[in-house]
Write a protein that binds this ligand. Structure first.
Ligand SMILES: NC(=O)C1=CN([C@@H]2O[C@H](COP(=O)(O)OP(=O)(O)OC[C@H]3O[C@@H](n4cnc5c(N)ncnc54)[C@H](OP(=O)(O)O)[C@@H]3O)[C@@H](O)[C@H]2O)C=CC1
Ligand SMILES: O=C(O)C(=O)[C@@H](O)[C@H](O)[C@H](O)CO
Length: 330
C-alpha cells in the first residue's frame, strides 16, 4: 500500500517521527539544515502534508509551486508564518498548537518579567566580571513585582495565565487591553480590569505583550507608546518580533525613558538589533518561552496528530482556517 507522503521541515523528537512513520512516508530534516524558500518548495514536491515551525513561510508563491499540498501543521500556537487567506484559497488546511504551551509560556513570561525588573542578568554580568568589590545601598536596585500594576496587552490564553500569576501569586493590580473585552466571569477569574491602551501604558509598572503578530499589531509599541510609559516601567515582549519597534526601544532604553525591557522575540530574528546588544538594561533570550522538554514534546505531538487526523479522517484538531466545504453539483 502506498502511504501519503509528508515533510517534517526541522529536526524533531525521534519518537514523534516514528509515530508519523506508522501512517506516512516521512521525509524529514533530522540534520536540521537551514533551508531557503526554494529548497523548502523542492522538498515539498510530491508531499500532501508538512509539519512546519514558525520559521517556515507558507505563502502564495509556495502554495502555487506545491499544488499537491493539503495541510501545514505548525508546531507553534502563533501562525503568522502562514498566509492564511492564500492557504484557504488554495484549499490548504492550516493548524497550530494552542493550549499545550500556555502555562509553560506564562511561567517564562513571568520569569522574564522578574529578571528584568530585578536586573538579574545585568547584576550577574557585573559579578562575573569581577566588579563586585563592596556593597552599596543602591546597588542594582530594581522595581518591585509584588503589589505593583501589571498591564497585559493580548489577554488570551497566555495573557490570562500570566494575569493569574500576577493577581493570585504576587498581589498585583492587573489591567489588560484586547480589541474586545473579556466576559466578567473571566475577568474575575484572572483578577483583571479592562482599560484602553493609553491608560494601560500610562498606568502599568510592568507591561507584558502577548498579542499575535498581524498587520494590525505591527509596532503595537513604538516611540509614541514608549513615551507614554512611566520612566520606571519595564516592558516584556514574549509575543513576536515586530510587535515592538526594536530600534525605538533601544533608544528609549539607552535614554532611560523606560527602566528596562525583557525580550524573547525580535524583529528579523535570529538577528537582533545591534543597539539592543549594547544597552545594559535589557534581558535577552532566544525565543525560548515554550522551551521545556514536556511542552515541546506536547507541541510536536499535537502537530503530528493534526497531520494524522486531517490526512486520515479529514478532521483537523486545531485548525486556523476553515476550508470551504465541497458543494455537490445539482
Ligand atoms: N515567545 C514564545 O516562544 C511564544 C510566543 N507566543 C506568542 O503569543 C501569542 C498569543 O498566544 P495565545 O495567548 O495562545 O493566543 P490567543 O489567541 O489565546 O490570545 C491572543 C490575544 O490577543 C488579543 N489580540 C489580538 N490582536 C490584537 C490587537 N491587534 N491588539 C490587542 N489585542 C489583540 C486577542 O483578543 P482580541 O481578538 O479581542 O483582540 C486575544 O485575547 C501567539 O500568537 C504567539 O505569537 C506563544 C507561545 C510561545
Ligand atoms: O508557539 C509559538 O507561537 C512560539 O513562538 C514558540 O512556542 C515556538 O517555539 C516557535 O514559534 C517555533 O515554532
Amino acid at each position: 500500500m502506498t502511504l501519503p507522503r509528508i515533510l517534517v521541515t526541522r529536526a524533531i523528537y525521534p519518537d514523534v517521527l516514528d509515530h508519523l512513520g506508522r501512517h506516512f512516508e516521512v521525509d524529514s530534516n533530522q540534520a536540521d539544515e537551514a533551508w531557503d524558500a526554494a529548497t523548502l518548495i523542492a522538498k515539498l514536491q510530491g508531499k500532501v502534508g508538512a509539519l512546519t515551525t514558525g520559521g517556515d513561510r507558507v505563502d502564495a508563491a509556495l502554495l502555487a509551486a506545491c499544488p499537491g499540498l493539503k495541510i501545514c501543521a505548525n508546531m507553534a500556537v502563533g501562525f503568522n508564518n502562514f498566509d492564511v487567506p492564500a492557504m484557504t484559497a488554495a484549499g490548504v488546511q492550516g493548524t497550530n498548537a494552542p493550549d499545550v504551551l500556555t502555562e509553560t509560556t506564562a511561567d517564562f513570561g513571568f520569569a522574564l518579567l522578574m529578571a528584568t525588573a530585578r536586573r538579574l542578568t545585568e547584576s550577574e554580568h557585573y559579578l562575573r566580571a569581577g566588579q563586585w568589590k563592596r556593597w552599596r545601598y543602591d546597588m542594582f536596585c530594581g522595581s518591585d513585582i509584588h503589589g505593583s500594576t501589571l498591564g497585559i496587552i493580548g489577554m488570551g490564553r497566555i495573557g490570562q495565565a500570566i494575569a493569574r500569576r500576577g493577581a493570585l501569586g504576587f498581589g498585583m493590580q492587573v489591567i489588560y487591553h484586547n480589541r474586545s473585552r473579556l466576559d466578567s466571569a473571566t475577568e474575575a477569574a484572572c483578577g483583571a480590569r479592562y482599560v484602553d491602551k493609553d491608560t494601560l501604558l500610562q498606568t502599568a509598572d510592568h507591561v507584558v505583550l502577548v498579542v499575535p503578530y498581524s498587520a494590525a499589531s505591527h509596532h503595537t509599541i513604538g516611540a509614541a507608546e514608549l513615551a507614554r510609559m512611566k520612566p520606571t516601567a519595564t516592558l516584556v515582549n514574549i509575543a513576536r518580533g515586530g510587535i515592538v519597534d526594536d530600534a525605538a526601544l533601544a533608544v528609549a532604553l539607552r535614554e532611560r525613558r523606560i527602566a528596562a525591557a525583557g525580550l524573547d522575540v525580535f524583529e528579523g530574528e535570529p538577528s537582533v538589533h545591534p543597539d539592543l546588544l549594547t544597552v545594559p538594561n535589557v534581558v535577552l533570550t532566544p525565543h525560548i518561552a515554550s522551551a521545556t522538554e514536556r511542552t515541546r514534546r506536547a507541541m510536536a505531538k499535537l502537530a503530528a496528530d493534526n497531520l494524522v487526523s486531517f490526512l486520515l479522517q479529514g478532521k483537523p484538531l486545531t485548525p486556523v482556517n476553515a476550508l470551504p466545504s465541497v458543494v455537490a453539483a445539482p
